[in-house]
Structures are given as C-alpha cells and as structure tokens.
Design a protein. Structure first.
Length: 246
C-alpha cells in the first residue's frame, strides 16, 4: 500500500512519492524500504500559511541539540510553499528571533541564523514564549496558522547565574496553562515535537506540561532526544502541516 503522500504508478509498477522519497534523500538508511512508503515532501496548495517555530534554548538541550533544532526547522520550511515563518526562542526571557515574513524574502537571513545564532543555554519562560507566538499569529491574515514547538516537558524556571526578577514576573503573568488555552481558543494549531521518554509517559509532570501545550496527545510527535530529528520525524511534521490543505 502506498504512503498517503504517494500514488501508484502503473507504468513503473510501484508507488511514487508526490515529492521527495526518503530512498533518494538518505539511500543508506532507507535502502530496505519500498519506494513510495517514506515520503519526506508533501503536495502543497497555493494557499499561504503562517508557521511559528518555538525553539528550546534551555540548558537541557545542549549545544548540539540547539543546532539540530535549527537545522530541522530549516528542512521543514524548505519543503513547503507559500509559507510565512516566524521564530521564537525559549530562554530565561524568551524572545522573538524572527518576525513573521515570507520565507522567500528572508531565506538568506534565515539560513544565516540557522548557521550562526549562538546557543542561549538559559532557563525557561515557555509560557511567555507561547504569548509572544500568539501575538505574532493573531496579526496574520492567513487561513492556516500553526505552531511547531520543540518541547521536553520542562516547567518554567529561573535559577543561578542571572537576575530572575523579570523572568519570575513573566512566569506568573504568562503561565503555560493560561497561554496554551488562549492559543487553542483561537483555533491555532499546535504540533509539539515531544523530546525524551518522559513527555510520552501519562501521569508524569513532563507529559502533563507537554500535552497541555499540544492540546492533546494526537498533536505530539515523539523524538528520542534533541539529536534525533530524523527523516521519520520530518515526514510526520510535514504530514501534519499539510493535512489541513488536502
């Protein structure tokens, strides 16, 4: 049976991806997979969509995890057409790294950011990051608005090494629960890349935090760790992003 994003080609006698096949992109890893079963690029419509990525800049992701998030983010947007993109970074004082704009207009600066932006290695105000993201998407006039967030279930916290006065104020004003509800009430779609085993373990605090942001387990895509954003995760994210325009 063909992948949802593939079709059966009678002349070739096999499934053919509508976009890129993983066997072409990563032949060693997917050599044993039949053609048309792992498609990494989806068929897109001409409708413009708005996506904000929320990157985790906290100390738990480590330097390599920070880099992998950015590279994965770039892979996602490269596979989409007619996309407006913004970036928010979770830090002790979360911030907007990229204001919303057409990817085609900013792709050179976007690539430079992916390659050169320093690792924050900070504490977390995730609720405030959600607030900043909502503010950006509320101004958008596109039909499809989506948040893609990398999340390991952390609670908001501030500790040694910085002045926590402002961070603690933002944590109280913009709790994760309050801001997640505001996002869901607006109908903004959330795709949460659930990093680590605890984010998928019901009853665990990390799971409760993650599922609240996602708006349900069905909106969570598992990743083993911050170094495991492989083609399978990419395919799942693209499938979720494109589901609404088919």
């Amino acid at each position: 049976m063909c992948n949802d994003y593939a079709y059966y080609d009678v002349n070739k006698g096999r499934c053919v991806c509508k976009g890129m096949d993983a066997k072409e992109r990563d032949p060693e890893k997917y050599a044993d997979y039949p053609w048309g079963t792992v498609c990494v690029e989806c068929e897109t419509s001409s409708e413009e969509r708005s996506i904000v990525f929320i990157l985790d800049g906290s100390g738990t992701v480590e330097r390599i995890g920070w880099r992998q998030q950015k590279l994965f983010m770039e892979q996602v947007v490269k596979h989409l057409k007619s996309v407006r993109v913004g970036v928010v970074v979770v830090a002790d004082i979360s911030f907007v790294a990229f204001e919303m704009d057409s990817y085609e207009k900013i792709k050179d600066n976007f690539t430079k950011y992916v390659l050169e932006s320093p690792y924050p290695r900070s504490w977390t105000t995730i609720g405030y990051a959600l607030y900043l993201t909502r503010q950006m998407l509320e101004k958008e006039t596109t039909k499809h608005k989506t948040i893609v967030i990398f999340n390991d279930g952390d609670s908001d916290q501030c500790g040694w090494g910085i002045d926590c006065f402002r961070g603690e104020y933002l944590m109280r004003k913009h709790t994760q629960a309050r801001e997640a509800k505001a996002i869901h009430d607006l109908g903004i779609r959330v795709i949460l890349i659930a990093v680590g085993p605890n984010t998928l373990r019901p009853g665990n605090r990390d799971y409760q935090n993650a599922v609240r942001i996602a708006g349900g387990r069905e909106n969570m895509i598992p990743a083993k760790d911050f170094q495991s954003f492989d083609t399978n995760v990419l395919q799942q994210v693209l499938k979720e992003l494109c589901r609404e325009v088919y």
